[in-house]
Ligand binder design. Structure first.
Ligand code: 26W
Length: 867
């Protein structure tokens, strides 16, 4: 069964009749009428062996939390979550029994980050249990939404890369693909961002205090992971073997997080590893009164999976980071090999037919050396056989072209922490450069030497010639079968620029896999009102698992009746967001204003700076207007949200500029109903689920060629939010699908950047730009000394200044923003475009992306358990 032909499946019914979870067809009040077909209902309840939820919820509260009744939404959450957990585990067990029997080929997604967010709502809806649990909670006097609010986000990621991994898991399960995620069970996830006097401050994310109903601790399922120590050659009969004796060992303890698919019986898995000490407690040291040493092992071990590194572009280069990477890779590969051996013994040549791995950026790339170590040193395979298996099993995805984001580990750090792996990498590099020598034999000697050293996995540190580095991206490319970028333009830049040498050697390895997002969480569950309107209009909810069907909305784009309903849904969401802004900032925003949103990690290449400068200019214009003129102005509520890596100073200054400008304009009686700017703190998955449905304009204004893809752009598109953006990342493909005239595109193109950077020092800045820079420097928003580095970073004084060409795109950006106002004034045109965005979003479902990975890279097939 080819995947592309796959239509929406059903949980439990072999009949192929779509099971429509009523909630998504018609709002609650008329749920009865369209409840799923009697047959499916009977089957569904048949499967659900557990008691009606109400009793079960209070039962869980009583026996797990010692509470007689749900006194608080948090109680109701705990009771509900632990009740739903059992249905989830039922589905998990059935799925894995089936896969055990079928022994299909598996895909394993190795990622240092999984930005899962909350699970209750997604799990209840994906399992089709929303009806009965909403009823049960109502009987207990609670509303599902309020109860869902009591859950902490699982924020085990920084941003795009981590959230993409989470969306991929939802699609892998929904497409019935035998696939697991593997990662780290961080005790503390992405820091909590709070604003202190307008400045970002970080607080630890203590998310596990009241337990986690969505994980199963797999008692006894643990693997030893070693670090440091020495490597010796020993004789084993007539064979010489290599023995690595680590100086430090920890346990990797497995925790399973079942991943339910939607409208299918399949529930797959995310296995996260928790670091535990080999020796629980050093009683000897304790008795000797050396209490610290008694706990030392525990602290050292637990530190490995303690906290997520909060950088999303610059590696901190800390040893603990490499320790984390090796920790989860080593445990995951041991786990997969032990399951393989249980079925196939030592026929490792079969491994590539039964397992493949996707390296989510370079963070898990040590897997190349670790799989070689396990196959050669532990399983005794010869090098070439092991290398063939390794390269067949591994695939690498690149998510950024930022030079500073490409990990290079100092050889001395690698050699100290992973001495055997450093040896293996040296042997790999020797084989690689020797092979290259042969492959490039027709070149002149010095040209050949130059090419070979340019592609050497181990190379000098360009900034410090004494230091040798291991280039993890090069190791990933040489050690993988497929290498892909995450949007068309990005994959071209990977091929033509950052990995061009390798592309010339293995062109067939390089592919594009344009990102996607799950339409379950990012439309159906976070915007049920819009989802119901779509289902009502299209006549079924099959679009949720087949988003190409959304294209049928094009026929309704200019229909005033439909537009009216569409606008009503959006307005209701704006009111909800306005209530949240009131709660956070205490101000009531004008909900008839255009809601203009930029939410993503704070980074100079994402140019939140450009957005703020345009708001300052808009404010100055409003101030100069007469009350008459102001009446014709399009009111805007501007919202910016996002975390800055804790050590990223310039990004923190950008956040302060946003709050400082907001403080001024939001208090200006003359203009505050026409323009306001709020920084929404602690941007995370849950906040995005509230903001995105309410957005009318979203900003994706990175310097062309810097944003690999972007995925929030896709979530906004699905929710009928228009885009102002540069010709960069997936913006380009969104414009192609939506109709480029419907997108507010501006700015220089990627192929102009290098030249413009050379000429930047002599760039004639726009007078409006000059004016604003003077205002900031002059203290119009206070804190002028704190903002000086921001102003200086984009002035013409120094070569390399304004690296992200903010000044070059300033005028075009203001023009595009004026175009936005013009179109917004014509609401029928605006709404037509809004509907065209959703209609054109079919391509950007992560189901399409995963189908392409499965067919072009992983070669895995769906295997669906019986209902
Ligand atoms: C080592 C520090 C570090 C940590 C994370 C370096 C780089 C990263 C990630 C690759 C950064 C990231 O999240 N990249 C984003 O990945 C998304 C998913 O593919 C893309 O949509 C975004 O464009 C890209 O910035």
């Amino acid at each position: 069964m080819s995947l592309r032909g796959l239509q929406t499946g059903t949980r439990g019914s072999a009949s192929g009749v779509p099971v429509q979870s009523a909630r998504h067809v018609i709002p609650a009040r008329s749920r009865g009428a369209l409840r799923v077909s009697a047959v499916a209902e009977a089957e569904r309840t048949a499967t659900s062996s557990s008691p009606a939820p109400t009793g079960d919820i209070t039962n869980k509260l009583k026996y797990l939390f010692g509470k007689e009744a749900a006194e608080t939404p948090k109680d109701a959450y705990h009771g509900t979550a632990w009740s739903v957990r059992e249905r989830l585990i039922d589905s998990f067990d059935k799925t894995h029994e089936h896969w055990k029997k079928e022994d299909p080929k598996f895909i394993y997604y190795l990622s240092a980050e999984f930005l899962m967010g909350r699970s209750l709502t997604n799990t209840v809806y994906n399992l089709g249990l929303e009806g009965e649990y909403a009823d049960a909670l109502r009987q207990l006097g609670y509303d599902m939404e309020k109860v869902a609010d009591a859950e902490r986000d699982a924020a085990l990621g920084n941003g795009g890369l981590g959230r993409l991994a989470a969306c991929f898991l939802d699609s892998i399960a929904t497409l019935d693909l035998p696939g697991w995620g593997y990662g780290i069970r961080y005790k503390y996830g992405m820091f909590k961002q709070v604003l202190k006097n307008g400045y970002q401050a970080e607080q630890p994310d203590i998310w596990l205090t009241s337990g986690n109903p969505w994980e199963i601790r797999r008692d006894g399922l643990r693997f030893e992971v070693g670090f440091g120590g020495r490597v010796e050659r020993k004789k084993d009969g007539n064979k010489e073997v290599t023995v690595w004796t680590p100086s430090e060992k920890v346990w990797a303890q497995a925790y399973d997080n079942p991943i339910p698919g939607f409208s299918t019986p399949t529930t797959s898995n995310l296995r996260l590893w928790d670091a535990q000490p080999i020796s629980e407690f050093d009683l000897g040291a304790f008795n000797a009164g050396d209490y610290d040493r008694a706990m030392l092992d525990r602290e050292r071990a637990e530190a490995i999976s303690a906290v997520l590194y909060p950088n999303d572009s610059t590696p901190e280069g800390k040893e603990l980071r490499l320790k984390q990477q090796y920790f989860f890779v080593c445990a995951s590969l041991q786990d997969v090999l032990s399951r393989f051996k249980a079925t196939h013994g030592t026929k490792f040549e079969l491994l590539p037919d039964k397992a493949c791995f996707q390296l989510n950026d370079t963070h898990p790339t040590i897997a190349v050396a670790e799989l070689m170590r396990l196959l050669v040193d532990v399983e005794g395979l010869d090098w070439d056989a092991a290398w063939t298996i390794t390269t067949k099993c591994l695939n690498y995805t690149n998510h950024t072209v930022m030079p500073e984001a490409l990990e290079k580990w100092p050889v001395k750090v690698m050699a100290k922490m992973l001495p055997r792996h450093m040896e293996i990498i040296e042997v790999i590099n020797e084989g690689w450069t020797k092979w290259l020598g042969g492959h490039l034999k027709e070149l002149k000697a010095e040209e050949r030497a130059k090419r070979i050293s340019a592609m050497s996995i181990i190379h000098e540190n360009p900034w410090n010639k004494e230091e040798m580095l291991v280039n993890m991206a090069y190791l990933a490319v040489v050690g993988s079968s497929a290498v892909n970028g995450v949007a068309a333009i990005h994959s071209n830049i990977v091929k033509d620029e950052i990995l061009n040498d390798f592309y010339q050697i293995f062109p067939s390895k390089f592919q594009n896999k344009t990102n996607g997002v799950t339409p379950r969480r990012w439309l159906a569950w976070c915007n049920p009102e819009l989802a119901s309107l779509i289902t009502e209009t299209l006549g079924s909810n099959e679009w949720i698992n087949d988003t190409e069907k959304l294209s049928a909305l094009r026929a309704h784009a200019s229909d005033p009746t439909f537009q009216k309903k569409w606008a009503a849904v959006k307005h209701a969401k704006k009111e909800k967001l306005a209530a949240l802004i009131k709660k956070i900032h205490g101000d009531s925003v004008n909900t008839n204003a255009l809601f203009d949103i930029q939410i993503k990690r704070i980074h100079e290449y994402k140019r939140q700076y450009l957005n703020v400068l345009s708001i300052i200019w808009r404010y100055k214009q409003l101030k100069k207007m007469t009350p008459e003129q102001r009446k014709k102005a399009v009111p805007r509520v501007c919202l910016i949200g996002g975390k800055a890596a804790s050590a990223y100073d310039m990004a923190k200054r950008i956040i302060r500029l946003v709050t400082a400008v907001g403080d001024v304009i939001n208090k200006d009686p003359e203009t505050k109903d026409l323009l306001s700017l709020y920084f929404l703190p602690d941007y995370n998955v849950t906040l995005a689920e509230t903001i995105i449905p309410a957005a009318e304009l979203s900003q994706h204004i990175s310097t062309a060629g810097t944003e690999a893809s972007g995925t929030s752009n896709m979530k906004f598109q699905m929710n009928g939010c228009l885009i102002i953006g540069t010709w960069d990342g997936a913006n380009i493909e969104i414009a192609e699908e939506t109709g480029v005239d419907n997108v507010f595109v501006f700015g220089v193109r990627a192929d102009e950047i290098n030249q413009l950077r050379k000429e930047r020092k002599n760039f004639k800045t726009d007078p409006r730009w000059d004016e604003i820079m003077k205002d900031i420097e002059g203290g119009m928003f206070g804190d002028k000394d704190y903002f000086k580095p921001l102003v200086d970073s984009v002035n013409n004084m120094k070569v390399g200044n304004d690296w992200f060409l903010v000044a070059n795109d300033f005028a075009a950006y203001l023009d595009a923003q004026e175009e936005v106002d013009k179109v917004y004034k014509d609401q029928s045109e605006w709404l037509r475009r809004s509907i065209m965005y959703t209609a054109g979003s079919g391509k950007f479902s992560s189901d399409r992306t995963i189908r392409e990975y499965a067919e072009d890279i992983w070669h895995v097939k769906p295997s669906r358990p019986a209902a």
